[in-house]
Write a protein that binds this ligand. Structure first.
Ligand code: ATP
Length: 234
């Protein structure tokens, strides 16, 4: 049994259908990416999984049906979602954002707080500033650190490269990889930058107009001629 088992997932906005029966799974501790062009339905997939929009089909987490569950229940089960470009509470300070991330944990969260200030020194320097006053890159770092503060078993990560300089993006991906490995967190990433994503994830799904049209180990997809032409710019 996989940690996350999705079958026949359908979702959309009002009368417009966007996802047409997705099947995918993520094992415990595994890093998986959903690749796809603009508008393929990547963000919609994560929104459906995290209960932000209504959906049909089955979403099982650790063997339990969670489709349609409210975000607070998902957090309690161990699922954290970093939405595209807005994973922070902009009015709260950096430190407050991290504390909110750890809210609900019964153990001492101070070591994790110190850990993330060490990982991202820029957050430590700005710990008393409102999150909204920071650059996009810094807010992305904060959103990720905040998500890890709840020690999730599954992290849903939406396009962390959006609006970031390539060097910052690489740093953010590397930090996610290390934290996920240390905590045994599975990651389901959606990303348009296929080169980067395939280097980061061990397995990938390719989403096209709301259908999964390919899947396999990242190394295989990176070598696939049609994938290269469509997503890797070569
Ligand atoms: P991108 O990288 O551009 O975010 P994506 O693969 O994540 O692409 P989605 O954002 O999931 O794609 O969008 C899939 C389709 O759903 C698109 O046709 C988009 O126009 C539509 N869509 C997305 N959000 C909404 C919304 N809030 N209301 C109506 N339609 C939407």
């Amino acid at each position: 049994m996989s940690l996350l088992e999705v079958s026949g997932l359908e979702a959309g906005y009002g009368l417009v259908s966007v996802l047409f029966g997705l099947d995918l799974d993520v094992d415990a501790g595994e890093v998986v990416v959903i690749l796809g062009a603009n508008g393929a339905g990547k963000t919609t997939t994560l929104r459906a999984l995290s209960g932000m929009i209504p959906s049909r089909g089955s979403v099982r987490f650790d063997g339990v049906e969670i489709r349609g569950s409210r975000p607070d229940r998902l957090v309690r089960l161990g699922i954290a979602h970093v939405p595209q470009g807005r994973g922070t509470i902009t009015d709260l300070t950096v430190a407050e954002n991290l504390l909110v991330g750890g809210y609900g944990r019964r153990d001492d969260i101070t070591p994790d707080l110190d850990h993330w200030f060490e990982v991202f020194p820029r957050l430590a320097e700005r710990r008393t500033q409102p999150a909204g006053s920071m650059s996009g890159g810094e807010q992305q770092m904060l959103a990720i650190a905040r998500a890890f503060m709840c020690r999730p078993r599954l992290l849903l990560l939406d396009e962390p490269s959006l609006g970031l300089a390539p060097l910052v993006t690489r740093e953010v991906f590397e930090r996610v990889r290390i934290a996920a490995a240390e905590q045994g967190t599975a990651v389901l990433l959606v990303e348009q930058n296929a080169n980067l994503a395939l280097a980061f994830a061990s397995r990938a799904y390719v989403l096209e107009a709301g259908h999964i049209v390919g899947s396999g180990p990242s190394s295989e997809l990176a070598g696939d001629e049609s994938i290269r032409r469509a997503y890797l710019g070569s």
